[in-house]
Design a protein around this ligand. Structure first.
Ligand SMILES: Cc1cc2nc3c(=O)[nH]c(=O)nc-3n(C[C@H](O)[C@H](O)[C@H](O)COP(=O)(O)OP(=O)(O)OC[C@H]3O[C@@H](n4cnc5c(N)ncnc54)[C@H](O)[C@@H]3O)c2cc1C
Length: 499
């Protein structure tokens, strides 16, 4: 979910600007003078970081040429892996002076191509800045370096009964810096909010090397809400090197329940009715039949195989609280023709249920290539959109598996295709673009939690009109007037404006 996804209506300019599928995403031509001066740039960088923090050989740079949008790749000029904020500052200052582009990187799990480099850019990766700096249980905060993985925060505080709420399925690998870059979410964000609701402050290095502390260790701070601007800014405003995050006390108990439905539309309508009734479970996840089969074969979680769609709904609290909330949910599910209801009865079952859901993308990768789209719609539109999505994908002669955060209306259709067939790839991308346009048309937006990256950059004009985009670009240009930070992402390449 990006802060750029503010206005939920299609741009009136859209028909003129986005006329066809988004395929073969264009990368800007590399700056020849930067390529020519590569050796001098490397010499400059080598004076700023230890030798083990500078990656120059072609073989090693290959490890950074793409992210989880693997259909696209570019070999970076070099990779720098700083170990301190001061090193990040020195590297950015040097690159600013030399007008060298920077691509900030965490673990490279972005599904929208946010961390894919350019040939004339330096990748600055924060994987070596992975320390938990302080934990304050009294004030319920943790101070961490940006390269700490998402899961490591919960692991560090779980013995004391605490957890860090945003839980992307990639949480074993993805970093808090990347989560801040993308304003990431996860299955349990329905109740606790996404990254922006769980970050209190950041240390950020601006492109000229200035180090700023934004926000603090407490709720709200005076002045403009720069923290709100930074979370979800996709590495375009600066590099976050440290963050203070909220940690929450874990509930007394939690129970996921599987609900099997005869149709996807019935499951979608049940979600809309549950949210409409003012019930906010901790998680409400949707899987259609193809996704259920793929995930069950991987996780053996006991998912029902005789239904067309399934919801995993998790409630939490004391036994009495969980029973009361579940009774209301079950009542609504029955009104929508639920076929099967199965409660988790043990910690092992709970773990298997969540393993199946959280491994959905990896499990799908075992059976087919796929592109994972990510858009958001008002939950009331779920039944209609689920129907239209199947028609769109079938129209291209392809298949789709749906697994997504239904309670937030955050869709993740996985469009299946064969990556060795360029025509199929173009069709998959076209189907994905049509689905995202549909999300905007029904009052939703192009991103849910994976950001715009390079993948949806050229669709931005479908959601925002020129005045919207110009204003956003002016704000961006205040931070980075030369457009050196992750410049090929988020905003259409043409028509860029100055501050
Ligand atoms: C299998 C799988 C499952 C996933 N599930 C989810 C999910 O449930 N929910 C979800 O939200 N996402 C999910 N994702 C997407 C991805 O994991 C998230 O976007 C994640 O936050 C990226 O973190 P990263 O450390 O890998 O960042 P990267 O991919 O390295 O970078 C992501 C973006 O952040 C910027 N960035 C990275 N570090 C910094 C920094 N220190 N300062 C400033 N900018 C920075 C980069 O330039 C880039 O634009 C999934 C991905 C995969 C592969």
């Amino acid at each position: 979910m990006s802060y750029f996804s503010g206005r939920r209506r299609p741009s009136p300019d859209r028909a003129a600007v986005v006329s066809g599928p988004v395929s073969a995403i264009a990368f800007p031509a590399p700056d020849a003078s930067i390529l020519f001066h590569r050796e001098a740039i490397l010499a400059g960088l080598s004076a700023l970081v230890p030798p083990s923090s500078l990656v120059t050989s072609e073989d090693e740079r290959r490890a950074f040429e793409t992210d989880a949008l693997t259909a696209y790749r570019r070999l970076p000029l070099a990779v720098v892996l700083p170990q301190t904020t001061d090193q990040v500052s020195a590297v950015l200052k040097f690159c600013h002076e030399q007008k060298v582009k920077i691509v900030p990187r965490g673990a490279g799990t972005s599904l929208s191509g946010g961390a894919i480099p350019q040939e004339d850019a330096i990748v600055v990766g924060l994987s070596k800045m992975n320390r938990i700096l302080a934990i304050d249980y009294v004030n319920r905060t943790a101070r961490v370096e940006a390269g700490v993985t998402n899961l490591a925060i919960t692991e560090a505080v779980s013995e004391e009964g605490f957890f860090y709420a945003p839980d992307p399925s990639s949480q074993l690998a993805c970093t808090i810096g990347g989560n801040i870059g993308m304003n990431s979410g996860g299955a349990h964000c329905l109740k606790y909010g996404v990254t922006t609701n769980n970050v209190l402050g950041v240390r950020i290095v601006l492109i000229d090397g200035t180090i700023l502390d934004v926000g603090g260790d407490h709720l709200d701070s005076g002045g403009l809400d720069l923290l709100g601007l930074i979370v979800g800014s996709e590495g375009q405003l600066g590099m976050v090197t440290e963050a203070t995050v909220r940690i929450l006390r874990a509930a007394e108990g939690a129970r996921p329940v599987l609900f099997g439905f005869p149709t996807s539309e019935a499951a979608g309508a049940a979600v809309a009715a549950i949210i409409g009734a003012g019930i906010i479970p901790v998680a409400m996840e949707f899987m259609d039949k193809p996704a259920i089969e793929i995930c069950e074969a991987f996780a053996h979680a006991g998912y029902p195989l005789d239904v067309e769609a399934m919801l995993i709904i998790e409630v939490e609290g004391s036994d009495a609280e969980m029973d009361a909330e579940l009774a209301r949910i079950i009542d609504i599910a029955r009104q929508h023709g639920v076929k099967t209801i199965r409660e988790s009865r043990s910690a092992m079952e709970t773990a298997a249920i969540w393993k199946g859901r959280k491994s959905a993308f990896g499990a799908t990768g075992r059976v087919a290539d796929y592109i994972c789209m990510d858009g958001t719609i008002p939950t009331g539109q779920l039944p209609k959109v689920l129907q239209r999505m199947s028609e769109i994908v079938a129209g291209y002669g392809l298949r789709v598996a749906n697994v997504f955060h239904a309670g937030d209306g955050n869709l993740h259709p996985l469009v299946l295709y064969n990556c060795n067939d360029p025509q199929e790839q173009a069709k998959a991308e076209a189907a994905g673009a049509d689905i995202l346009k549909l999300c905007v048309e029904v009052g939703g937006c192009l991103t849910g939690e994976h950001g715009v990256g390079i993948e949806k950059r050229d669709l931005m004009r479908f959601q925002f009109d020129t005045a919207d985009l110009d204003q956003q670009m002016r704000v961006r240009a205040v931070f980075d007037p030369d457009w050196l930070l992750n410049p090929a992402k988020v905003f259409p390449l043409e028509g860029r404006v100055a501050a």
